[in-house]
Design a protein around this ligand. Structure first.
Ligand code: EPU
Length: 438
């Protein structure tokens, strides 16, 4: 089936000065988890049910991609009392490990088909992954790890063709704890012959979520949540399909926290998992925010005035690069000067030009952004350059005087489930104007 996009060309989000915010927002499941969980269903036959699935474009694209290789996918609405939709995924074993280029090239997570398809079928033919443009986003660590397990690749400027007679366990040490490479090696290793050790593995909560589902399927993984994963391969035929709830999206949770930080007020961020956001919450606290944390979520209260801090992005448990545009926007309204250092994607500063249109004072020096608090932003027409920066511009627009119009909303739709409705539910003055049907 083809999943209906809900983005129309020319859609615009219109934000007006808002605040103080109040009320409750319920945070849905994480994009960067569900896309990998969907890929994992390639590993074993049977019927899977993923719950707490966010209604976002990247899920629709991944569903189309997996349908094209042979899975059967049905979307079911959330049950009473639940947040996200259900995905019912049926794997009959009739898989063709050739992914249509035009779909694979639209999302970064398409690269996560490489590990499971090679592991189970010994072949993969797929486009180089797309996704947000932060400058170069190589996949050398994915390929080197799989080569160490016995795979061979032909890479062209467009795509990857990989094959192997058999994948065997290997000792793999990453130069850097790459999220995608960890996931790919993991999903190949669970069905490889023998034991694989991944050193300097990424430890993000979304990787723990993937490991938890794989383990429920019968995969043998030790060291979950640590930098050393030890995986003992088992026969794919011994694995079983499962029902799994997607972990809460920590970046969407942080987006609502940043919104209240910038607009003032106090909100309940239901289902936010504070233990997955530790360093970020510490930095927000340093900026003057207050948090009451319990098992079901976080109550976030803004100070009268935010205070500038310095923030560096790092792999988990550090402050994630995906939070960074939000932090830069908050610092624009803080008292003092804050320096934000990007350690993952040197090119991830494209939104700065757009924030400047709102009156922000930001200077880029290499991989540092020097942000001088200006105390006041004003509305403007801006363009969303990617998912997180797009959401940041919407939130900054709520804190700006006058009207802010954010275009290229399709970026936001790739990763945010009803951002406009959720912000409106907190009392924000926000609406979406539909463009023409695409
Ligand atoms: N890298 C390499 N070689 C590789 C793999 C990565 O040099 O083979 C470099 C990258 O260029 C980057 C760094 O390592 O400089 C981190 O990349 P990583 O592989 O960890 O990121 P990813 O798997 O491509 C995921 C998320 C991103 C998020 C990053 C970092 C998905 C689909 N994407 O990307 O999310 O920023 O981890 O946490 O899971 C977003 O959601 O908006 C988003 C961009």
């Amino acid at each position: 089936m083809t999943f209906e996009p809900h983005t129309r060309d020319g859609d615009v989000i219109v934000a007006a000065k808002s605040g103080p915010l109040s009320g409750e927002v319920v945070v849905p499941g994480a994009k960067n988890s569900v896309l990998k969980l969907m890929a994992a269903t390639l590993l074993a036959d049977g019927q899977y049910v993923l719950t707490n699935v966010p209604v976002i474009e990247d899920v629709a694209i991944m569903a189309d991609l997996l349908t094209a290789v042979g899975l059967q996918i049905e979307v079911q609405p959330a049950r009473v009392g639940e947040v996200g939709q259900h995905l019912v995924i049926r794997n009959t074993g009739a898989i063709t490990p050739v992914a249509p280029f035009e779909l694979a090239d639209r999302i970064r997570a398409s690269v996560n088909l490489v590990g499971p398809l090679l592991g189970r079928f010994g072949h993969i033919d797929i486009a180089l992954p797309g996704g947000d443009d932060f400058g170069g986003r190589p996949i050398d660590m994915h390929l080197r790890g799989l080569e160490a397990m016995g795979a061979q690749f032909d890479i062209t400027s467009e795509g990857i063709v990989g094959h192997c007679a058999e994948l065997r366990g290997a000792e793999i040490e990453f130069d850097f704890p790459s999220v995608g490479a960890t996931e790919n090696i993991l999903m190949a290793a669970v069905v490889a012959n023998g034991e694989t050790t991944i050193r300097n593995a990424a430890r993000e909560p979304e990787i723990v979520d993937l490991c938890t589902m794989l383990r429920a399927m019968g995969c043998r993984i030790q060291g979950i949540g640590t930098a050393i994963l030890v995986i003992t391969g088992v026969a794919a035929a011994s694995l079983q399909a499962v029902t799994h709830e997607v972990v809460t999206d920590r970046v969407q949770a942080a987006t609502y926290i940043a919104a209240v930080g910038m607009c003032g007020g106090s909100i309940r961020v239901q289902r936010a998992n504070a233990s997955h956001m530790g360093m970020m919450l510490t930095r927000f606290t340093d900026m003057g925010m207050r948090f009451d944390i319990d098992d079901d979520g976080i109550t976030a209260t803004a100070p009268e005035q935010l205070t500038a801090v310095n923030v560096s992005t790092l792999p988990y448990p550090g402050v994630a690069t995906d939070y960074k545009p939000l932090v830069v926007a908050m610092l624009s309204l803080a008292s003092g000067v804050g320096i934000v250092t990007e350690n993952l994607y040197p090119g991830r500063f494209r939104y700065v030009e757009e924030l400047r249109k709102l009156g922000a004072d930001i200077t880029i020096d290499g991989h540092h952004a020097v942000v001088r608090g200006v105390g006041h932003l004003h509305g403007a027409s801006v363009i969303a350059p990617d998912i997180r920066a797009g959401a940041t511009l919407v939130v900054a627009g709520l804190a700006a005087s006058g009207i802010t119009e954010v275009s290229d909303v399709f970026h936001i739709d790739r990763g945010y489930d009803d951002l406009v409705g959720r912000l409106a539910g907190l009392g924000a003055s926000i609406s979406r104007i539909s463009g023409s049907p695409s």
